[in-house]
Design a protein around this ligand. Structure first.
Ligand SMILES: Nc1ncnc2c1ncn2[C@@H]1O[C@H](COP(=O)(O)OP(=O)(O)O)[C@@H](O)[C@H]1O
Ligand SMILES: [Mg+2]
Length: 298
């Protein structure tokens, strides 16, 4: 299926050991700011692999369909080969991160907790617009990166991970993920890549149940500050090539969520410390701890 290895930001995809499978080989790389910031950390790929294996094994045991099959080397996962949807699904228990840019009314000293988790979608392709491009178009993020990311950061008019709002017209409207949604104008609209029924299936039988299961698993983890609160999480969905079924794919690891011991964002054990420029030794220590904690899931 993948005779040529496929290079991503954080992993390489190789042909798997059985037909219909791929091997996801983790790199020792962390990225932030849509890869504007990159660092190599010793053994981080092994930690991310173990975290993903523990997380997906747990979700499989909770009858949530994932692509994960086995973890037979320290830095790789064997998964069903999927056609990936170019969409990131985010589920939030707390209003935090970029959500506050889109919805500034939720900003406050302590994070707002949603009684029912909120879900959002972001497109994995970048929108390329004025003043850098004469016409508004979309392109894969790696192409946008090679053209428009320099030492000075992203060029103006490049919108990575654009926020998706469904129109009444069967089209998806794309917005800057950083713009206040009360006043933002759409950058572009595209034909919906999923039917309403498929989207409903993804939301109510995959991502919401996966969030609830992982939230419970983290609540069972006790720390000196109290139980760990799952604040938010990013999921990717694939269509298994063998039977076209929609399943949870890519990985869920410590890059994918915000986890707050005792519900305190300042004590977070996830990738936020890396985004915020904390010492890399601290970041590595957090990843090692999270690997240990995810062992309690199954
Ligand atoms: N089960 C799977 N089957 C096929 N492709 C997958 C699977 N899981 C992840 N991928 C793909 O592997 C590629 C590499 O992953 P990653 O390094 O995270 O890339 P990216 O830079 O796009 O985030 C991505 O294009 C991702 O969609
Ligand atoms: Mg990725």
């Amino acid at each position: 299926m993948h005779p040529q290895p496929l290079e991503g930001k954080t992993k390489t995809i190789e042909q798997g050991p059985m037909p219909g499978t791929v091997r996801l080989v983790a790199k020792d790389t962390l990225t932030a700011g849509d890869a504007a910031k990159v660092a190599v950390l010793h053994k981080i790929g092994t930690h991310k692999t173990m975290q993903a294996a523990n997380t997906f094994a747990y979700l499989n045991s909770e009858s949530i369909p994932t692509a994960f099959l086995t973890n037979d080397t320290p830095d790789s996962l064997v998964c069903y080969d999927c056609d990936m949807l170019p969409i990131e699904f985010v589920v939030r228990r707390y209003a935090w991160g970029s959500y506050l840019k889109r919805n500034p009314a939720y900003a406050g000293a302590t994070p707002h907790r949603f009684d029912i988790p909120v879900w959002e979608m972001f497109h994995k392709h970048a929108v390329v617009a004025a003043p850098t491009a004469p016409m508004t178009t979309m392109m894969p993020e790696n192409e946008a990166r090679s053209r428009y990311l320099s030492e000075d950061g992203w060029a103006d008019g490049i919108y990575t991970d654009p926020y998706i709002r469904m129109g009444d017209d069967d089209r998806w409207h794309l917005y800057s993920a950083k713009a206040d949604q009360a006043t933002a104008e759409p950058l572009l609209n595209i034909p919906a890549p999923l039917t309403e029924a498929e989207l409903e299936h993804i939301v109510y039988t995959i991502i919401m149940p996966a969030f609830m299961a992982l939230e419970s698993a983290w609540e069972r983890v006790q720390t000196a500050h109290g139980p760990v609160r799952l604040a938010d999480i990013k999921f990717e969905i694939g269509r298994r090539k063998s039977d076209k079924q929609l399943i949870l794919a890519d990985v869920v690891d410590n890059d994918s969520w915000r986890i707050w011991p005792g519900g305190d964002p300042a004590k977070g054990l996830d990738k936020q410390a890396f985004r915020d420029g904390d010492p890399l030794s601290q970041v590595t220590e957090n990843y090692a701890l999270v690997t240990e904690l995810t062992k309690t899931f199954v």
